[in-house]
Each structure stands twice: as structure tokens, then as C-alpha cells.
Design a protein around this ligand. Structure first.
Ligand code: CP
Ligand code: NVA
Length: 300
């Protein structure tokens, strides 16, 4: 069975990812022109959400509707998954009814197990370890606003979390340099860092990391599932807030991205999203176009 899945960016090669970004930009232009394009008529995406979501849910659902198909929202609260039906059984059942499955969950191994038993493409809509769909939108946004990211310097500030891991994968696949500024004890996975080699550099100072950089990004200090650590994390991350003053140390053409939702007064200053260098709402919109390119690629 040759079913392609998108569990991490590494499921696709560099050429495929670049093709997806180019296609996402075309689909965005078509959408702007209100062109009707329905390559997925009568096709259905199942969406399993074990964590909250605004952007991921709405972008996948809207994308499927715009493509002439539909999407079904499934939560553990009202499916048998929440009552212990095995992942492997659920995967085989859903595969017989829908054309692709998107999953947002905690344990990355869950999406891998699901994919192993699924005869239709499985898309990772965020796990504790990776958020590849967000990186498609982030890359689309950089390409759209500034051109090719090859050889540029991106800076990840804050927690070495799922988004940070996906930035490491993106640095390898899109051929850019990545500086990661994080407090002691919050660095991303050591094995991932080692595999990335010289391309990825670890910093403790956010100011040092952003010098001359082209893309600055951050994320919440406590991710979904880490709510009890939030108080301690606020103390540990206090020196890692992204502000317009921090952006001033970067390249004059640098853009600021944040996957959202954002916490003003924590990982960003009150005024950061209103700064002209912030592209976060274009980035959020691009979730729609990037994932439509992904769905088209996987299903047509
Ligand atoms: N960035 C992102 O994935 O947002 P949601 O949690 O709202 O889906
Ligand atoms: N790191 C965040 C990303 C949310 C889109 C989380 O996992 O909650």
C-alpha cells in the first residue's frame, strides 16, 4: 500500500515541500479571485481532535468545503475513542468511510499507530512532538513576503517544544539556518539537535540569537497539556519575551511569526502583534491555503 502520510515534515522531501508552498501560493491567488476549484468533490476528511483548536479545525474544514468535499469533527468526548476503542480498530474503521484523517493529539506515537493501520492518508494536526502543518503555513508566509528562505537565518525563541522541533525539520528541508534561544532545561530533543549539525545553533541569550536574523518566531511558554507548569515557566522564560526592541536587533527586513494563540505580556509584548514586522495574521490565513495544497497533493 502506497498511502502517503504527513506525520512530520520529513515524510516529504525538499522538492515536494517546495512544490507544496508554490501550490499554496497559487491556491491563495485563486481563492482571492473567487475561482471555484473543486478537486475533492464528495471526498471527506475525518478530523480527530483530542486537544482544543481554532485555526487547525477551521482551516481544514473550510479547505475541504472550498474543494467541494466535507470534513467531520470527531472528539474523544463523543466518539468511542474516548471510551477506549483501540486506535488500530478506529483507523481501520475510519479508513473505510473517509478519504483522509487529520489527528490532533498528545502522544506522537498515537498518530504513528493510527497511520500504520490506516489505508487513507493521515495528517498530523499537532502532537506533543511536532506541528508540521503550521510549518507549511510559516514557510508559505516567508516565501510570500520575502522570497526564498534558503540560507536565511530563522530564530526560535522560547520553549524547545513541538513547534521548535518542526522548525528544526524545516531548517534541514528548506535549507536555512536556525538559532534557538531557550532557557536551561528547555532545549529541544538532543538527538534532533545533533542530527541537524551546524545548521542549528543553541543560544541562551535571545539578543545574541536574533542578531541580523531574517525570521523571528516564538510560541506559548506552556503548551496544551502543560497547564500545571505555567507558573514556573513564566519565571523561567521571563528573559525570552519578543518585543519590537528585540526585533530591532534583527535584519531590518526581518518578519515576526507566531503560530497563535498568543499571550500578550508573556512570550510577546503587548504591542508585538501590531508592529509592522509582524505577519502573524497572514501566517494564520495561510494555514488554509497551505493545507489545501497538502490535501490536493495527498488526495488527487
Ligand atoms: N496554530 C494552531 O495550530 O492554532 P490552533 O490551536 O487554534 O489550531
Ligand atoms: N506549542 C503549542 C502550539 C499550539 C498551536 C501547543 O502545543 O499547545
Amino acid at each position: 500500500m502506497n498511502t502517503r502520510h504527513f506525520l512530520t515534515l520529513t515524510d516529504f522531501n525538499s522538492a515536494e515541500l517546495r512544490q507544496l508552498i508554490a501550490r499554496a501560493l497559487e491556491l491563495k491567488a485563486m481563492h482571492r479571485r473567487r475561482e471555484v476549484y473543486e478537486p475533492l468533490k464528495n471526498r471527506v476528511l475525518g478530523m480527530i481532535f483530542e486537544k482544543s483548536s481554532t485555526r487547525t479545525r477551521v482551516s481544514f474544514e473550510a479547505g475541504m468545503i472550498q474543494f467541494g468535499g466535507g470534513a467531520i469533527f470527531l472528539s474523544p468526548r463523543d466518539t468511542q475513542l474516548g471510551r477506549g476503542e483501540p486506535i488500530e480498530d478506529t483507523a481501520r474503521v475510519l479508513s473505510g468511510m473517509v478519504d483522509a484523517v487529520m489527528i490532533r493529539t498528545f502522544d506522537h506515537a498515537m498518530v504513528e499507530r493510527f497511520a500504520a493501520y490506516s489505508s487513507v492518508p493521515v495528517i498530523n494536526g499537532l502532537t506533543d512532538d511536532y506541528h508540521p502543518c503550521q510549518l507549511l503555513a510559516d514557510m508559505q508566509t516567508y516565501f510570500e513576503l520575502r522570497g526564498d528562505i534558503k540560507d536565511k537565518v530563522a530564530v526560535w525563541i522560547g520553549d524547545g517544544n513541538n513547534m521548535c522541533n518542526s522548525y528544526i525539520n524545516a531548517a534541514n528541508l528548506f535549507d536555512f539556518k536556525l538559532h534557538i534561544a531557550c532557557p536551561q532545561g528547555y532545549a529541544p530533543d538532543a538527538a534532533m539537535l545533533e542530527k541537524a549539525g551546524d545548521r542549528v545553533k543553541l543560544f541562551t541569550s535571545a539578543e545574541e540569537a536574533v542578531k541580523g536574523a531574517h525570521l523571528i518566531t516564538t510560541d506559548v511558554w506552556a503548551s496544551m497539556g502543560q497547564e500545571e507548569e505555567a507558573k514556573q515557566r513564566k519565571l523561567d522564560f521571563a528573559a525570552y519575551q519578543v518585543t519590537p526592541a528585540l526585533m530591532d536587533i534583527a535584519d531590518p527586513d526581518a518578519i515576526f511569526l507566531h503560530c497563535l494563540p498568543a499571550h500578550r505580556g508573556e512570550e510577546i509584548s503587548e504591542d508585538m502583534l501590531d508592529d509592522p514586522r509582524s505577519a502573524v495574521f497572514t501566517q494564520a490565513e495561510n494555514r488554509l491555503h497551505a493545507q489545501k495544497a497538502l490535501l490536493e497533493f495527498l488526495l488527487t
